[in-house]
Design a protein around this ligand. Structure first.
Ligand SMILES: C[S@@+](CC[C@H](N)C(=O)[O-])C[C@H]1O[C@@H](n2cnc3c(N)ncnc32)[C@H](O)[C@@H]1O
Length: 393
């Protein structure tokens, strides 16, 4: 529906919701009946035999907290994944992940990585292009090694939290490689905790907020006007990095850690508090005057976005269309490198609401073309819906 679409991607964050308590590790039922509901006590017990905790390869470990570590060491060609979450949420997530865990592993066909990890003065390490990468090209695919409920650190005592984190990493075949992501300057005992704070990205899984660590993707540094973006797939637990524009050999590959649309001070505060560094990227280094122009434009984008939402709520679609077009122009002017297809998509649906078929066709086609360039249906769920919209004209 329109209200769903009008969340404008990264501008809004999903709410944390609780799971529905399905017992995900019941054996497959040939009659496909609903899976039994597990009582919490049963979930806490987990049994002692491996088949009682299948598809996890280790007995879930909870350190007397409401959170437990769930590890599947065979995930993605024995690279493994550990998930720290509540048993109820793990069970509901399993429906989606069972397929991922049982799918045969296929070695990706590629002529080697398109990038290399090198030292980046002032930023630790970073990834640079080894050859020209074209706009829309997917140059990195990486699978989550460690996933943790964002709520977990605040809801467990420090010692227990540390035990959960250490277990999560130690149970992974590539645990050592993951630990080595921690900065060499890091001498505190809380290596894994710091590792998660400074290397993980916020994602949503089953509508709840998670922190996910991707060993390769984690090497990409931040820029406020980046040349690439990342997309997480809940189905495969993989994150792909895609180029917003053509990238030359030797150029650093960057993504934005901050939400799209933040003003300069907000970005800098966020990067400082959440990630612990002072941003000196090109956009943050603009003169006061130029920075003010950029901030003003970004404020205007927010205003227009709010106006579009208000108009849609009141079913004033013609006004919403007018404002939405202004917003697209401002986004282009500000050089915000978003796949515009997402905005053309909304425009097509707004035109659909007023029955303007010619414009539905125009904008749906433009949306599909743009989204196809940036990964198509694999990345953008709305592509099939857009095709249906076109077919229905
Ligand atoms: C996800 S990691 C990126 C890879 C990291 N540079 C490394 O050596 O593994 C995030 C950390 O990299 C550093 N970093 C990323 N972008 C930066 C930037 N624009 N300026 C300075 N440091 C940055 C910060 O220390 C941050 O906490």
């Amino acid at each position: 529906s329109l209200s769903n679409i009008l969340t404008y991607g990264d501008l809004e964050t999903a709410e944390v919701t609780s799971g529905h308590g399905l017992c995900g590790w019941a054996p497959p039922d040939p009659l496909n009946r609903a899976k039994p509901t597990c009582s919490t006590s049963l979930l806490q017990g987990f049994g002692t035999k491996p088949n009682q905790w299948f598809p996890w390869t280790h007995r879930p470990y909870c350190a007397d907290t409401p959170y437990c570590v769930f590890t599947n060491a065979h995930f993605h060609g024995n690279q493994g994944v550990s998930i720290i979450t509540t048993p109820e949420l793990a069970a509901s997530t399993l429906n989606k992940l069972e397929e991922t865990f049982t799918a045969p592993f296929q070695q990706p066909k590629s002529s080697g990585p398109l990038y290399e990890v090198v030292d980046m003065p002032g930023k630790g390490k970073g990834a640079v292009a080894k050859r020209k990468i074209r706009r829309g090209e997917k140059f990195m695919v990486d699978y989550a090694g460690l996933i943790a409920d964002t709520a977990f650190p605040g809801a467990t005592k420090l010692e227990a939290g540390k035990k959960l984190l250490d277990t999560a990493v130690d149970q992974l075949p590539r645990g050592q490689a993951i630990r080595s992501l921690a900065k060499s300057t890091n001498t505190t005992e809380r290596v894994v905790e710091d590792l998660l704070r400074t290397n993980s990205f916020g994602m949503t899984l089953e509508k709840r907020n998670i922190m996910a660590l991707f060993p390769e993707i984690s090497r990409m540094n931040h820029a406020c006007s980046p040349n690439s973006f990342i997309r997480f797939s809940e189905k495969t637990l993989a994150t792909a990095a895609i180029a917003f524009r053509d990238i030359e050999p030797g150029e650093e590959l960057t993504i934005s850690y901050a939400d799209f649309g933040m003003l300069r001070d907000e970005r800098q505060d966020f990067l400082h508090v959440r990630w612990g560094f002072t941003c000196t990227c090109a956009l943050c280094s603009l003169s006061e005057e130029d920075a003010a122009v950029s901030d003003e434009r970004r404020e205007k984008i927010r205003e227009v976005r709010d106006a579009v939402l208000k108009h849609v709520k009141k079913s004033e679609f013609n006004q919403a269309i007018k404002k939405h077009k202004i917003m697209i122009d401002l986004i282009v002017e500000e050089g915000m490198l978003v796949p515009l297809g997402e905005y053309y998509d909304i425009l097509a649906r707004l035109y659909d609401s007023v029955g303007d078929r010619r414009n539905v066709e125009k904008w749906a086609r433009m949306a599909i073309d743009d989204l196809e360039l940036f990964g198509g249906e694999e990345i953008y769920e709305q592509v099939p819906e857009l095709r249906d919209l076109l077919d229905g004209i």
